[in-house]
Design a protein around this ligand. Structure first.
Ligand SMILES: Cc1cc2nc3c(=O)[nH]c(=O)nc-3n(C[C@H](O)[C@H](O)[C@H](O)COP(=O)(O)O)c2cc1C
Length: 182
């Protein structure tokens, strides 16, 4: 797949097959992530790779508890429904945490993430960035510190759901008027 096709054909995937991504494929994708540019090559991220069903269930359960009584948007608004999964039942989840002391870090983490999304897409692996789970993790020391081993300097920006797609959604509309040629 050439780069332009890869960018234009990537979609956020919200239905996954249960089949796990082979570890070698995942390692190749993560290697593309960490080869993203970052200001002063500080690589101001901490990445956690979660594939254990127990941990995935614990993270989802913690999100569902956190979401109770809150008015959330997007798919997170269905958190009270039976069988809900904030990361769409993907078999692999990356957690992207950012160094809060670094002014450029959120942009750098965005570049890391886009590399992951595109490398995955080129290898036939579907992805979806999951911003909605960040607050529930950041507010839970048991998850943030004890499960994910994140020090106070790092806060979770988002998760990245990963797995083989069980859907191929249409492209979402893009707004060309946000681009002005001056
Ligand atoms: C920072 C960020 C947070 C997002 N959070 C969620 C989320 O919590 N749940 C979800 O299903 N999709 C989430 N998405 C995916 C967006 O909804 C999706 O990228 C957008 O609708 C465009 O669709 P596309 O990725 O298929 O082009 C997120 C995307 C980004 C970049």
């Amino acid at each position: 797949m050439n780069t332009i096709d890869n960018i234009l054909k990537r979609r956020s995937i919200r239905h996954y097959k249960s089949e796990q991504i082979p570890a070698d494929t995942l390692k190749e994708i993560i290697n593309c992530g960490i080869n993203a540019p970052s200001a002063l090559n500080m690589q101001p991220w901490q990445i956690r790779v979660i594939r254990s069903q127990d941990m995935l269930q614990r993270l989802n359960g913690s999100f569902v508890d956190w979401a109770r009584g809150k008015s959330l948007s997007g798919s997170a608004s269905r958190a009270g429904e039976e069988g809900f999964s904030v990361f769409h039942n993907a078999p692999t989840l990356l957690i992207v945490a950012v160094d809060t002391s670094n002014h450029y870090a959120e942009g750098d983490c965005g570049m890391f993430t886009q590399n992951i999304l595109l490398a995955a897409n080129s290898l036939g692996v579907g992805t979806c960035v999951i911003g909605s789970m960040a607050a529930s993790i950041n507010e839970s020391p048991a998850i943030r510190r004890d499960m994910l081993h994140l020090t106070d300097k790092y806060k979770v920006l988002f998760g990245i759901a990963m797995g083989y797609a069980d859907e191929y959604p249409d492209a979402k509309q893009r707004d060309n008027s946000k681009v002005e040629w001056i």
